[in-house]
Design a protein around this ligand. Sequence first.
Ligand code: ADP
Ligand code: MG
Length: 239
Amino acid sequence: MSTSIEIKNLSRKFGSFHALRNVTLSVTAGEFVTLLGPSGSGKSTVLKLLAGFDQPTSGEILLGGRSMLGVMPHLRNVGMVFQNYALFPHMTVFDNIAFPLRVRNEPTVKIEDKVASVLDLTRMNEYRHRYPSELSGGQQQRVALARAIVFDPKVLLMDEPLGALDRHLREQLKFEIKRIQRQFNMTVLFVTHDQDEALVMSDRVVVMREGAIEQEASPHEIYARPVTRFVADFLGESN
Ligand code: ADP
Ligand code: MG
């Protein structure tokens, strides 16, 4: 299988502080990989570097085999659902989702078709004329997901997309994300600090600590055989 995300010796320093230290990670096409770890361990930094919102101090990023050095975010063909990457408040649901296609100068007919199809997928069709402020948190996250996948990205990056939602909505959306990911065989790098989420959604879990990878393994393996005390303690904490 081809490698979709390749991170090689990635480092990010802020002044003398190492937010990431020599992180190397490959994600295969169609794989769902979750970054897990305490606050401040570098999870969001990895995603921001992949998205092109931030530049590494050293190291390499390849997406679909192509180096992303100097490639602008909107040219990376990566879908993103970030907590702080909100919907445009002055645009309707439809226009929010259409935005990535308009930026790409897609023809109107194609835009209509594609937006309709992702509105169906995320079960938001009846809300197409609403504004973000008229939606619940869960509905807003569905729209964010629709906007992230409307241009058929090969890679989807999600940074705690369910973090702000209540337990019931989280349960629901977590299965919808999986359903959509499987249907399109998308490659997903997902960030959470909810261990249940990591366990049920992922093919592989990567535990981070102080900017480095502490362990990467299948959910079963990592719970059954944590390689360090840190991993065991972290997974043992309830949340
Ligand atoms: P996580 O997502 O795992 O909570 P982050 O990747 O956001 O962690 O942050 C990793 C570390 O890098 C943290 O200690 C954070 O304070 C620091 N950091 C992140 N962004 C910046 C920045 N722009 N300037 C200075 N320090 C930063
Ligand atoms: Mg974070």
